[in-house]
Design a protein around this ligand. Structure first.
Ligand code: CP3
Length: 355
């Protein structure tokens, strides 16, 4: 493995929370913190296209650092997107202003064999380079997350050709073409495993798997088409890390998968991300016998509230989760029009809690 000589990590709050140890302050980071709600990002985007930033390590590093310079956050997350995997498999992905991601030639039962699985990893090298560069530039200030989309969430975008209100085209595959679905999900799982191992070797200090489209499935579909693949990802990452003498924690954020919290806790991830619809006390009680750290889950829209209310909601949430094995976050990504002062108030409220 490459010896990187990275700067020593100065803020290990999150890593302590993952291990069940007591940090000096509660750790907080924010999903989608490196992006569209920051004026400096909006300015940057006038000069560079979305995927130009993703693919250029110096640009991706710069955007990753933006929220860290502005706020007292306890982690950074590499600037990229979950859709770089479909892109590396040979699909065209465009980021359309005001629309979001568009895949003009979606996956069909016929063209699935054209996916370029074997060479995909070589086309994702730029993410590893961005991670290595960012680890140096962070100077050990906070740890750096790498990430990937989960197999089902990627399958959804690939078949729908972009975002969808129902995911009915992708779900049609699950019901009408289960074998092809498993073929695709296994292919994605293999690429995700290689991709995340590459990120760990490049210097990622935590890994989050985003299953943002879990909410479109029910328990039986999730058990058949998601849990086995998520488990394989965790198992392979753990076994490879044992060989590499690495101990990078794994976080699973399965948005809307409230129907299988216990099953998620048994997959081998160290942390479960909780979406904003769930009551912290309910989640803690369901998972009381599991040795797992929780992350979440303030409603991103709560950041539209007056400052005093944000502070109150943050403190209330912390009281309900308890301060052990807990990482504060939102219950989904931050919205583009979130007031900057609201983010500051949220972070300060969390750090003011005495442990
Ligand atoms: O700050 C960070 O968290 C790091 C960067 C990051 C982006 N996307 C940058 C981005 C991360 C972790 C993601 C993950 C991602 N991308 C997810 C999973 C998380 C979630 O919110 O559920 C999903 C579903 C995507 C796919 C995607 N990319 C969508 C649906 C969109 C359009 C809506 C939006 O979020 O703006 C994107 C675009 C995108 N990804 C932007 C950013 C900063 C904005 C695009 C722009 O600058 O033009």
């Amino acid at each position: 493995m490459t010896i990187h000589n990275f700067p020593v990590l100065k803020n290990n709050r999150i890593l302590k929370a993952v291990k069940g140890e007591k940090p000096d302050k509660l750790p907080i980071w924010i999903m989608r913190q490196a992006g569209r709600y920051l004026p400096e990002f909006m300015e940057f985007r006038k000069q560079h296209s979305f995927f130009e930033i993703c693919q250029n390590p110096a640009l991706a590093c710069e955007v990753t650092l933006m929220p860290i310079r502005r706020y007292d956050l306890d982690a950074s997350i590499i600037f990229s997107d979950i859709l770089v995997i479909p892109q590396a498999l040979g699909m065209t992905v465009e980021m359309k202003a005001g629309v979001g991601p568009v895949l003009p030639e979606p996956l069909t039962l016929e063209n699935i064999k054209e996916l370029k699985k074997d060479s995909a990893l070589s086309r994702l090298k730029y993410v590893g380079e961005a991670i290595t560069l960012t680890r140096h530039k962070l100077e050990g200030k906070v740890p750096l997350f790498g990430f990937s989309g989960a197999p089902w969430t990627l399958m959804g975008y690939m078949i729908e050709g972009g975002g969808s209100k129902t995911l009915s085209k992708a779900k049609k595959w699950l019901y009408a073409h289960p074998e092809k679905s498993h073929l695709l999900l296994s292919l994605l799982t293999d690429v995700i495993i290689d991709y995340l191992i590459m990120q760990i070797e490049a210097g990622a200090q935590l890994i989050q798997v985003f299953d943002s489209s879990a909410e479109y499935l029910n328990k039986s579909l999730y058990e058949k088409f998601c849990l086995p693949y998520l488990k394989k990802i965790a198992q392979k990452l753990k076994s490879r890390q044992a060989e590499l003498h690495e101990d990078v924690p794994l976080v699973l954020f399965a948005k809307g998968a409230h129907f299988c919290l216990e099953e998620q806790a048994d997959l081998g991830y160290d942390v479960l991300g909780i979406d904003w619809t769930l009551e912290p006390k309910f989640v803690r009680s369901v998972l009381k016998n599991k040795n797992i750290t929780l992350q979440g889950n303030l409603d991103p829209c709560a950041l539209y509230a007056p400052k005093e209310d944000i502070i109150g909601m943050a403190k209330n949430m912390i009281a309900e989760y308890g301060t052990e094995r807990y990482i504060v976050n939102l219950g989904h990504g931050i919205y583009p029009d979130t007031p900057l002062e609201a983010v500051k108030a949220f972070i300060e409220a969390v750090h003011s809690v005495k442990l």
